[in-house]
Design a protein around this ligand. Structure first.
Ligand code: ATP
Ligand code: MG
Length: 234
């Protein structure tokens, strides 16, 4: 089966700064994959290359098996590959519900709708008509995930979704991510919290200095946790 997302020997830059060096990874339908690595190794740049925010100057990015020589945000979304960006990027002067509806702009059909997102995150229904940025950090992350689901994605890229959140909220999000994956949506989970990774992911890639340096299976076990933590130790 072809991959939903594939980066093959990708070189990517910000201006003259060469950040990704021959990076390769792939996510197939229904997979739960983690991308781990220390601060600054280039994890977000993987996302930014797909979105056209970092410039692709070598190798190939494929979405749904089709090469994108000049990737753009809307191309990925149209193919069902949607990003929950680092820092959440909730639109300040829109309500919670309006933020959700933005996610549907791509017009893909599927199971997700405002009522379905509210079923997953009841707190968003309670706060439906408040400004999105008036929510707590954890609630804003739920809104960012809900907004991504509104696009009826086949793959969601989650860029450090639990950064700065309390453990109890991290636990809730771990359950949510597993439920979303159980319904068939593939995940690429960029994380530094390895206890979340072992609960959600089945496979991982570890990055250092703009390239993949290790990959393998993930188990929900202490051994797997320690193995993963070695990739993010400073
Ligand atoms: N817009 C930019 N212009 C120039 N350099 C950048 C830009 N954004 C990031 N970088 C540099 O690219 C490198 C990789 O950054 P990136 O944001 O991809 O790392 P990361 O692995 O996501 O880190 P973190 O875990 O802190 O989010 C870093 O050295 C960073 O300073
Ligand atoms: Mg990052």
């Amino acid at each position: 089966m072809s991959s939903l997302l594939e980066l093959d020997k990708v070189d990517a830059y910000y201006g003259a700064a060469h950040i990704l060096h021959g990076l390769s990874l792939a996510v197939r339908a229904g997979e739960r994959v983690a991308l781990v690595g220390r601060n600054g190794v280039g994890k977000t740049t993987v996302v930014n290359t797909l979105l056209g925010l970092a410039s692709l100057r070598g190798g190939t990015v494929r979405v749904g098996g089709k090469a994108l020589p000049r990737p753009r945000t809307y191309q990925a979304a149209q193919q069902g590959v949607v990003v929950v960006p680092q820092g959440r990027r909730i639109v300040a002067n829109l309500t919670v519900e309006e933020n959700l509806l933005l996610g549907a702009a791509v017009g893909r059909k599927g199971p997700w709708s405002v009522p379905e997102v509210y079923r997953l995150f009841p707190i968003l229904q309670e706060r439906a008509h408040t400004p999105g940025t008036a929510l707590s950090g954890g609630q804003q992350q739920m809104l960012a995930v809900g907004r991504a689901l509104m696009a009826n994605p086949s793959l969601i890229l989650l860029d450090e979704p639990t950064e700065g959140l309390a453990p109890v909220i991290v636990d809730q999000l771990a359950d949510i991510f597993s439920r979303v994956a159980d319904q068939g949506t593939a995940l690429l989970l960029i994380e530094q919290n390895m206890s979340l990774v072992v609960r959600v992911a089945h496979r991982y890639y570890a990055m250092a200095k703009g390239a993949v340096v290790a990959q393998g299976e993930v188990q929900n076990s202490r051994e797997s946790l320690h193995q993963l933590e070695a990739h993010v130790m400073v």
